[in-house]
Design a protein around this ligand. Sequence first.
Ligand code: GDP
Ligand code: MG
Length: 300
Amino acid sequence: MSSPDDQDFISGYVAIAGKPNVGKSTLLNKLLNYPLSIVTPRPQTTRHKLLGILSEDNYQVIFLDTPGLMVPRYTLQKLMLKAAWSAIEEADLVLLMIEPSPDQFDEQPYVLERLSSAGKRVCLVINKIDLIPKPDLLPVIATSAERFDFEEIVPVSALHADGLKKLKQVILSRLPRQPPFYPPGELTDRPQRFFAGEIIRQKVFEQFGEEIPYSVAVSVEEYKEREGSKDYIKALIVCERESQKGMLIGKRGEAIKRLGRTARDDIEALTGRSVFLELRVEVVRKWRKEEERIRRLGQV
Ligand code: GDP
Ligand code: MG
């Protein structure tokens, strides 16, 4: 048994970066064996730099899940991109994740240039290999290796937890020997109220189509743990237009009731406590375009 102050303890920061929807949050959750980061089938679900800690007897890996690398079109996206790059800059090792097709770098050559000038160690993770026949993987590896001096190229299927053992070995072999940064039982640095808000946002993604999930911010205004009665959580759902508010609430409040029920169930599963969840919907025009508002709402 080793103890955390052993000289051979391995510890460091690993950023999970890549285009929207490549499976970054899925990978984080599988590595932690815990659904910390919300996953939906749609791009740009993750808005924050989210820290997830994997602790074992002889190592501690601090993963940073990030918003997708994209060309930003409005202020919220600009801040999301900033959060992603700030995670990359903090990291000892970057996992650059791509889909299994050979043209992955054509759209965004600047990503590789910037990683290169930041002098970062980068491991390429080719995800979703469950979706292609095995022989199709070779050209992806070959074209990728031509574009950048990757530390390693690791094909995985995050969804099916395939290739993750090898990936963990690669990560540990590239991290410094130093004591852990966090106590062993810690899973993240954010409070439960943050995750309550994220669960509500996930339910908005699941329940509503079109632009609604992208126009919505969730802000948890009150979170009271109460002994002898249910925990009280009051959350504000902000959208951009009256028409969206109408859809979020639904006929006779049916939509918001359903949203509240499904979100509450998941929050209860997360906390192991009974919860009374109160939801309110408000229109804040163009909140995604104003940095001050975005920050006040806790988005990014
Ligand atoms: P992110 O935007 O990069 O964080 O991507 P997510 O983790 O939110 O995943 C986006 C979508 O890809 C979700 O529908 C996932 O279920 C799906 N996905 C993630 N990893 C895999 C994989 O290995 N195989 C397949 N088939 N789908 C995956
Ligand atoms: Mg994500």
